[in-house]
Design a protein around this ligand. Structure first.
Ligand code: 5RP
Length: 258
């Protein structure tokens, strides 16, 4: 028997379900990675099967591609799709300026490329990701394996220049071996505590040879959809500065787990 959805599942489901309202037939949609994005894929799969929704999904990871195939969503490569109408993805943190930390699931590089190719990026999350200042969540930085220790030293130097001297820069592991991204790279997790200027830090890190991309998403997210376990959903829009609250029915979550 499938497990009952937890309160965290219900909050993620609520955000994902609400975000489905932005998806229309004929759209090319970037599909994010992670547990919240997995709820989105399940919801869209149900809409394809039962409501006649026709979309083309562009997955941001192999994991999401597998899930989308199982959910019956037609998928393609980004270069086949070209410009996307919309990307819906999770986040590890978002701040009042719509800056994000992403990459907890290790997919930040494809996620950023897909988001940047989209007319609109919608982030779906539970309320725990809503922070005044980014940085409590360790910042993932994707680096190439060649010269990894040298790149790590350069990162430590850049952090010192940003008043973040002494921050732990940890190689992400998958058990006994380093975690490997879909692009064959490694992830360094930067334990910073507080990121005063996300744009400046992202620029400084991206100037380092060996750094492929950072998990700081600045000026990419247009809308944040925040779900709660009771089905309450708060939607924040960057362009208007507005915030609306509504509700989705969470009973469907149990059926989708099944
Ligand atoms: C993957 C990501 C995820 O979107 C982020 O880690 C949030 O994941 P979850 O929805 O499981 O909390 O950036 O690289």
């Amino acid at each position: 028997m499938p497990p009952n959805p937890t309160p965290s599942d219900l909050a993620k489901f609520a955000a994902a379900r609400r975000a489905c309202r932005y998806v229309e037939s004929g759209m090319k949609v970037g599909l994010g990675t992670g547990s919240t994005a997995a709820w989105l894929v399940r919801c869209l799969g149900r809409m394809v099967a039962e409501d006649g929704l026709r979309i083309t999904g562009v997955p941001t990871s192999r994991q999401t591609a597998d899930l989308a195939r199982k959910a019956g969503i037609a998928i393609t490569e980004l270069d086949e799709a070209g410009a996307l109408d919309l990307t819906i993805d999770g986040a590890d943190e978002f701040d009042p300026g719509f800056a994000l930390i992403k990459g907890g699931g290790g997919a930040l590089l494809r996620e950023k490329i897909v988001a940047a190719a989209s007319d609109r990026m919608v982030v779906i999350a539970d309320g725990d990701k809503d922070v005044a200042t980014l940085g409590a969540f360790p910042l993932p930085v994707e680096v190439i394996p060649f010269g990894l220790e040298t790149t790590r030293r350069h990162i430590a130097r850049a952090l010192a220049g940003a008043d973040l001297a002494g921050a732990d820069v940890a190689l992400r592991m998958a058990g006994e071996t380093p975690f490997v991204t879909d692009e064959g790279n490694r992830i360094l997790d930067l334990h910073l505590g507080r990121i005063a200027d996300p744009r400046a830090l992202s620029d400084a890190l991206n100037r380092i040879p060996g750094v492929v991309e950072t998990g700081l998403f600045v000026d990419l997210c247009d809308t944040v959809v925040i779900g709660a376990a009771d089905g309450r959903v708060t939607v924040r829009d960057r362009a208007t500065g507005g915030e609306t609250v509504d509700r989705v029915e969470t009973a469907e979550a149990a059926a989708l787990i099944a």
